[in-house]
Structures are given as structure tokens and as C-alpha cells.
Write a protein that binds this ligand. Structure first.
Ligand SMILES: Cc1cc2nc3c(=O)[nH]c(=O)nc-3n(C[C@H](O)[C@H](O)[C@H](O)COP(=O)(O)OP(=O)(O)OC[C@H]3O[C@@H](n4cnc5c(N)ncnc54)[C@H](O)[C@@H]3O)c2cc1C
Ligand SMILES: NC(=O)c1ccc[n+]([C@@H]2O[C@H](COP(=O)([O-])OP(=O)(O)OC[C@H]3O[C@@H](n4cnc5c(N)ncnc54)[C@H](O)[C@@H]3O)[C@@H](O)[C@H]2O)c1
Length: 461
């Protein structure tokens, strides 16, 4: 059995930087990865989807926006093979660059294979070259992420469905893409395939898209999807799936009636589940919760001293920047003896539809549930100078403020560069700025961020 100071399982957004930092600090470290360096974000998540979304935006400009701006584009073609090739090259650059820097790090062994806990702080790794290794370490860091949840629907095993991973390998555009699940994955893929020319139908069991968000924001974004010609069925429970003549038929209950819709491709986007069933952490005494996520404290340590779980494996918010922040917490606590924790950290996020939906802090409904004395500012994008000038008038900016302290409690920015505006407000919130200060703050004109002035002026009306 080979002994290490630290073993990291999963080369995702937390595991990769942590492995390099520990090794550089002199720890004898092993990084175990069963698939690709970079994990979901680089290979099957953020990088490929945001790359495809950029191509879809170019198609949207050619089909619609250019004309509105007085530019006639007679006809244009979607070169799907070229779009996918560009995406593949960007993914490969990210993956290979990361792998190169791991291989160049002293004290760091990279092992490609699947790790399974077999005893107390012991793993077995079945390597991709067919070896079986037994490894042990004083410290373990689990960064094994999640995979697509396949819902239990009659007939699901008889239809050739796609996941957010396999859809990235399509060779041709679907004629009609059915999407089961209208969360982040369903909405981002739905809009991008619609813009590239597919007919798109999204079926979701919840009463609205993104039910955790405020109702006005959900209504606004549902309206934008419908305006773009995407068929949206909410409150729709899928009952069965069938596959005949290369068509997938999904039968569902909608408003008390049984309905059916058929398409040539089906994307399952109904959430993600942890991988602990494969990792078997219980063999090392590590506790998991009822959904299979690894239980951790606010320093990300499991019930077993010296074993930590980072990123999506611990059931925290499923975002790359959170996995990366998990790495920062663990790394700085272990190497610099700091006292960082997950308590009170901001959880910003941005869904990359067009317009983007960017959020940080409390929603209006959360603030009301907490019994806070609040004021709400709303500014439609049609009143934002930059939006009007660029033709990007869809969406709304919204802020929830404390009526007593005037501090900002949360924001929802549904706007073309919503993520950037939200990040400005996130820093202002962290700095404890009041809305009065932001209403009168000097921003360059005419930027989207400048409209933060106008957003908070709404509270004076
Ligand atoms: C389609 C899609 C789009 C997304 N877009 C965004 C976005 O725009 N912004 C954002 O913030 N987030 C986005 N996310 C979420 C983001 O990708 C994840 O939150 C992030 O990658 C989680 O990182 P992680 O380190 O927890 O796990 P991962 O990145 O999933 O890494 C886990 C790694 O562990 C490996 N592994 C698992 N089990 C074992 C084992 N037993 N042995 C060895 N290796 C193992 C896996 O192969 C994988 O490489 C998206 C996700 C998807 C699916
Ligand atoms: N831009 C981003 O940051 C980004 C992008 C993509 C994914 N992600 C991350 O990945 C995670 C997973 O995304 P996701 O979209 O798979 O999950 P999700 O949990 O966000 O959405 C799943 C959706 O599927 C619906 N659903 C569940 N079961 C269903 C069923 N049987 N029939 C019909 N609808 C059903 C739910 O009501 C929900 O709306 C997200 O939580 C997010 O954190 C982030």
C-alpha cells in the first residue's frame, strides 16, 4: 500500500487547485481522476455551454437583432460542425493546460482511475491502464461532484435520451428538442438550441421556472422564453416516454389534462445527484445525508478528522465559484492556520440565458418571510440608457433593501450583462454601502452599472 500525506479524489474545481497548493507546500500528494482534468465545469459544464451560448447569440443577432439595428443580413447558415469544433477546442485547451500544470508540479502524482474507499483512510484505485492500486493518506479531500439524475418515468429506459454531457457530442442539430426540466441546464440549453434553429419544448413539474426566485422575475423570464418561440409547459408531470419511428413521445399531465408532444431528441435536465454510491465513503466511516451528499461542518471537514468534502459532493450550492471557494477555505485553514468557514459567505450566481439572470443575497419573498422591514426597487431594462442604445431592453433590475438601515439585502439582475452588474452590487453589499450612497455614486456613462443610480432613485418616487 502506498502512503501519501494527502489524497484528493476528483480533479474538479476544488480538487485541482488544492492538489497543486498542497504539493507545492511540500505535502506528498496524489490526485485521482476517473475521467478528465477540470471536472464538470471545464469538460461538460460552464466552458462548453458558455462557448455554445456565444455562437447562439451570434445567430440571434443575425436572425433578429441586426435587423432592428438597421443591418440587413440577407441569409445566413448555421455551421453546427464548426460551432462544435470551436467548443471542443476551447474545452481541450482548458483541460490540457490544467493537466500540464499538474504534471509539472513536484510532489504531485496524477493517477487516472476510479477511487473507492475500502477501509479507514484507504482507497482502491482501478486505473485506466488496468492496474489496481491501494493507497492511503493522513488527509483525504473528496471532490467527486455530481452526475445527471435520471427520473423514474415509465419507459425511460427504452428511449435514447441525452444528458447535459452527451448533448455536447451531437453531430447534428435536433429538429425538435424536448427538454425535461426547466432549471439552469434546461433553460440554457433550451434557448441556445432554439437560437441555432431547433424547435424546443421545455416540460417542468414545478409551477414556474426557478421557483426559488421571486414571482415577478420568474414571470419575466418565462415571458422572454415564450416571446422567443420556446414552448413552455409548467406544472407538467411527465407520465411516460415512448420511442417509435425515431421519434420520442413524452406524455404528461398539464392543467388536469393528459397531453403529449413528440420530438427527435430528449434532454433530461431534472437535477443532479452525488456520486457517493460509487465512492463508498461509508467504508471509511464517512457519514452521508439522505440524498447521498457527504456531511461536512462549516470548515468542510467530515465526521472523520482529516477527511474533507468540497464542491458539489458536500451538497452545497452547485456552482464552480463555490467549489473554488471551498478549496480556498480548506487550503488557507490547513496551510496558513486561518479560520475560514462557509458561514455567511455570499452565494452569487448567474444563469447564462439571454438576458442573464444574476442573483445575490435575499429575494423579496425571503426577506418577507424573515419579517424584515424592506423596500423594493425595480427598473425595467427599457429604462436603462445602455440597454436602449444597444437594443437590449428585455429584463428588469430589482433590489431589496432594508428600510431602516438602507443596506442592500439582495438583488436580481435580469439583463444582458446581468452578471457584471450583480457583481458590482455584490461588492457594494460586502462593503456595507447603503442604497443612498449607490444612488449618488459616480459610474461611467453610459454603462449598465450606471443604471444602479436609476434603480435606487426608484425608491425616492
Ligand atoms: C451543463 C452545466 C453547466 C454549468 N454551468 C455553470 C456555470 O455557468 N457556472 C457555474 O458556476 N456552474 C455551472 N455548472 C456547475 C459547475 O460545473 C459545478 O458546480 C462544478 O463543476 C462543481 O465542481 P466540483 O469540483 O464539485 O465537481 P466536478 O467539477 O464535477 O468534479 C468532480 C470530478 O471528480 C471525478 N470523480 C468522481 N468520482 C470519482 C472517483 N470515485 N474517483 C476518481 N474521480 C472521481 C469526476 O470525474 C470529476 O472530474 C454547470 C454544470 C453543468 C452540468
Ligand atoms: N449558470 C449556472 O451557474 C449553471 C448552469 C447550469 C447548471 N448549473 C448548476 O447545475 C445544477 C443542476 O442543474 P439542473 O438544471 O439539472 O437542476 P435544477 O435543480 O436547477 O432544475 C431541475 C428542474 O427539473 C424539474 N424537474 C425535476 N424532476 C422533474 C420531472 N420528473 N419532470 C419534469 N421536471 C422535473 C425541477 O422542477 C427543476 O425546475 C443547478 O442547480 C446549478 O447549480 C449552474
Amino acid at each position: 500500500m502506498k502512503q501519501y500525506d494527502a489524497i484528493i479524489i476528483g480533479a474538479g474545481q476544488a480538487g485541482t487547485p488544492l492538489s497543486k497548493k498542497l504539493a507545492k507546500a511540500g505535502w506528498k500528494t496524489a490526485l485521482i481522476e476517473k475521467r478528465f482534468i477540470g471536472g464538470t465545469c471545464v469538460n461538460d459544464g460552464c466552458t462548453p455551454t458558455k462557448t455554445l451560448i456565444a455562437s447562439a447569440k451570434a445567430a440571434y443577432i443575425a436572425a433578429k437583432q441586426a435587423d432592428e439595428l438597421g443591418i440587413k443580413i440577407g441569409s445566413f447558415e448555421i455551421d453546427f460542425a464548426k460551432i462544435m469544433k470551436r467548443k471542443n477546442e476551447i474545452v481541450m485547451n482548458g483541460r490540457e493546460g490544467s493537466e500540464k500544470s499538474i504534471r509539472e508540479t513536484e510532489n504531485l502524482d496524477l493517477v487516472f482511475g476510479e477511487a473507492i474507499f475500502t477501509g479507514d483512510k484507504i482507497i482502491e484505485v482501478r486505473t485506466t491502464s488496468g492496474e489496481v492500486l491501494e493507497l492511503s493518506a493522513d488527509y483525504f479531500f473528496i471532490d467527486t461532484g455530481t452526475r445527471t439524475k435520471i427520473p423514474d418515468i415509465e419507459g425511460i429506459n427504452k428511449v435514447p435520451y441525452l444528458t447535459s454531457t452527451s448533448i455536447l457530442d451531437l453531430k447534428q442539430l435536433p429538429d425538435h428538442l424536448l427538454i425535461l426540466g426547466g432549471g439552469y441546464i434546461g433553460m440554457e440549453f433550451g434557448q441556445l438550441f432554439k437560437r441555432l434553429g431547433s424547435k424546443v419544448t421545455i416540460i417542468d413539474s414545478a409551477s414556474t421556472f426557478l421557483p426559488k426566485e421571486d414571482e415577478d422575475i420568474c414571470e419575466e423570464i418565462t415571458g422572454i422564453f415564450r416571446e422567443d418561440g420556446i414552448d413552455v409547459y409548467q406544472k407538467s408531470k411527465a407520465k411516460s416516454l415512448e420511442y417509435t419511428d425515431r421519434k420520442i413521445k413524452i406524455t404528461f399531465e398539464h392543467e388536469g389534462k393528459t397531453q403529449a408532444v413528440s420530438g427527435d431528441q430528449l434532454l433530461i435536465a431534472a437535477g443532479r445527484i452525488p456520486q457517493s454510491d460509487l465512492l463508498k465513503p461509508e467504508n471509511s466511516g464517512i457519514e452521508i445525508d439522505e440524498k447521498g451528499f457527504i456531511k461536512v461542518d462549516d470548515k468542510l471537514q467530515t465526521n472523520v478528522p482529516g477527511i474533507y468534502a468540497l464542491g458539489e459532493a458536500n451538497g452545497g450550492p452547485a456552482f464552480t465559484h463555490i467549489a473554488f471557494n471551498d478549496y480556498i477555505i480548506v487550503c488557507y485553514n490547513l496551510l496558513n492556520k486561518e479560520n475560514r468557514s462557509t458561514k455567511d459567505r455570499p452565494i452569487p450566481y448567474c444563469m447564462f440565458t439571454d438576458p442573464q439572470l444574476a442573483r445575490v443575497g435575499m429575494t423579496e419573498k425571503q426577506a418577507i418571510e424573515k419579517g424584515l422591514n424592506i423596500k423594493v426597487a425595480k427598473l425595467p431594462m427599457s429604462s436603462v440608457a445602455r440597454g436602449v442604445e444597444t437594443g437590449e431592453t428585455r429584463g428588469i433590475m430589482k433590489a431589496v433593501v432594508d428600510a431602516d438601515t438602507h443596506k442592500i439585502l439582495g438583488v436580481a439582475i435580469l439583463a444582458v450583462e446581468g452578471g457584471e452588474v450583480m457583481s458590482v452590487l455584490e461588492i457594494a453589499m460586502r462593503a456595507g454601502m447603503t442604497y443612498d450612497e449607490l444612488r449618488n455614486y459616480i459610474f461611467a456613462h453610459p454603462t449598465y452599472s450606471e443604471s444602479i443610480n436609476n434603480l435606487f432613485m426608484k425608491l425616492d418616487e
